[in-house]
Design a protein. Sequence first.
Length: 315
Amino acid sequence: MKIMFYFLYLIPMIFCFCQISNKSEIAFTIDEKDLMPEGITYSSSTKFFYLSSINKTKIIKINAETEEYQDFISSEVLRMWVLGLAVDESNKVLWACTESVEDNPSKSAVAKFDLFTGKLLYSFEYVDTVKYLNNDLILDSEGNVYYTNRANHSVSKIDISSNKVELILRDIAIEHPNGITISPDDNYLYVASATKGICIIDIKKRELLKSNLSSSSNGIDGLKFYKQSLIGIQNGVQNKSDIKIIRYFLDSTLVKISREMIIDQDNPNFDVPTTFVIVNDNLFCIANSQLGNYSRKGIKDQSILKAVKILKYKL
């Protein structure tokens, strides 16, 4: 009986160990140490990864086969921070959230680029004395764009058929929304609030369905829906050792969590990991944005900058 009890005691320990056993590999290294990247996406049409830069106000593209990289748009095109990115393969465009490098007046935009040429096709711009911060975005099955505004606690929609911006929800219950993703049926938006955890918005009703989906989901940055689960990068934590990539498995309703799994935690390559993209069941994440070494005045300490690393995980 003692032996059996000991064996049963070990089972959950072994299970927990397996939950954080995913190993990463370095997929790409970018030698532009002062890039300060925030967003990453991929196009199956061009076979390029796209990486946004806050410090250099540009987007670079990385050849998935050769690992060579070059500018997709130069720093002069927008002269704004570039954050979240998303590719619309059907319409062959790349969308980007941007934010003014200046505080007053506050200028923010969601920009639309030709996926092959990098030409700026349209920019949904806002200039106001009130602070805005367009942070991240996701597309629905028709190519409409949903994006978070971290400063005014809102989610908005760009209707691509009318080229109009519509407010979906503004509510302190989704305080400082960051990452955003959508259910495959286009019914729900999942929004990562810095203080309220993962929140769910009913798109048709334009109302908050649930906040704090998990008590462990505060401080998530990048967020993606993947095979009836949500995957997030949690960098808004007190201790560096608590920075992690975490997966929340959903039940059949897609509004409740059935279990959680840590994909990686306290990786030595982590230095404010921000967002990620999933390509053919592989997760590619920005491991070291180094944004802790940056402010609106610029880079704080050039001497400690390192090459940017993109990590790869098999899901």
